[in-house]
Design a protein around this ligand. Structure first.
Ligand SMILES: Nc1ncnc2c1ncn2[C@@H]1O[C@H](COP(=O)(O)OP(=O)(O)OP(=O)(O)O)[C@@H](O)[C@H]1O
Ligand SMILES: [Mg+2]
Length: 263
């Protein structure tokens, strides 16, 4: 058993090689030769100044249309992620929690969750959940995240506070059981208790067969979700990689010396 887990841990789950991305509309290059490898079981933190390209990277992983990959590749479990449609990516286990979660008026959160879970199960050739099965799962997962079950009857994210949106995203993540979780600034706007709840939710999902890309500006989150690796994204590239001590270094010294030594 231990051997099997160890072997899984060494498997590359996400391999990004020499990625170049530009905005489709005006051809501005945002990602400029980015290399990043994340292994199964790994929690990788991405830090970097405003405008470095962190959210752009998460959008490209999700397959958002406005971006154009001009060079390089992204392999997900050895398969070309860029060849996959957005829904195929989700079905194959890629999950993104966005910096600004989308509001979907008219769609109750419950119905959204059920549709998301069942479409994914369908794509995996698994039986769809019945309503009682689904309700049982959602009740348990929302209790774990201290989410009021009644909130899930409201339209998705509409009128949710910033912190409630973030919790709702972690709830989706817990229910969808993805293999690659990309969290873009999940900590922003969370109060201290919510930060702990969300971090505990993420930690509960840590698994040798799952990987996390945690995009954050603050060491504070990484006290709760302790990363295996820390990567500095600057001007469209990863300019430095280290362990959790790199995040502490950045917190104390800012980005200047890391940027200067990469130049
Ligand atoms: N659709 C777009 N049109 C024009 N510029 C864009 C577009 N999307 C991103 N950019 C630009 O690309 C750069 C990278 O943006 P991105 O959102 O990826 O940064 P970030 O690292 O996530 O920053 P932050 O820490 O502030 O969230 C920014 O200069 C941004 O203005
Ligand atoms: Mg961003």
């Amino acid at each position: 058993m231990a051997n099997k887990l160890k072997r899984r841990k060494e498997e590359k789950m996400l391999e990004i090689k020499n990625l170049h991305v530009r905005i489709a509309e005006d051809e501005t290059e945002i990602i400029k030769g980015l290399d990043l490898t994340v292994k199964a079981g790994e929690v990788a933190a991405i830090m970097g100044p405003n405008g470095a390209g962190k959210s752009t990277l998460s959008y490209v992983l999700a397959g958002k249309e406005d971006y154009e990959v001009t060079e390089g590749e992204i392999l997900f479990n050895g398969e070309n992620l860029l060849d996959m449609e957005v829904d195929e990516r989700a079905a194959s286990g890629v999950f993104l929690a966005f910096q600004y979660p989308m509001e979907i008026p008219g769609v109750a959160t419950m119905n959204f969750l059920k549709a998301a879970m069942n479409s994914q199960r369908k794509a995996r050739n698994e039986a769809e959940y019945t309503t009682p099965e689904f309700i049982k799962k959602v009740k348990a997962a929302s209790a774990d995240l201290s989410i009021d079950f009644n909130m899930l009857k409201r339209a998705l994210n509409v009128g949710f506070s910033g912190g409630e949106k973030k919790r709702a995203e972690i709830l989706q993540m817990a229910l969808l059981e993805p293999s690659l979780c990309v969290l873009d600034e999940t900590d922003s706007g969370l109060d201290i208790d919510a930060l702990k709840i969300v971090s505990d939710g993420v930690n509960a999902l840590r698994d040798p067969a799952r990987a996390f890309l945690v995009i954050t500006h603050y060491q504070r989150l990484l006290d709760h979700i302790v990363p295996d690796t820390v990567h500095v994204l600057y001007n469209g590239r990863i300019i430095k990689t280290g362990d959790k001590s790199l995040a502490l270094h950045l917190e104390e010294n800012g980005y200047a010396d890391v940027i200067a030594s990469a130049a």
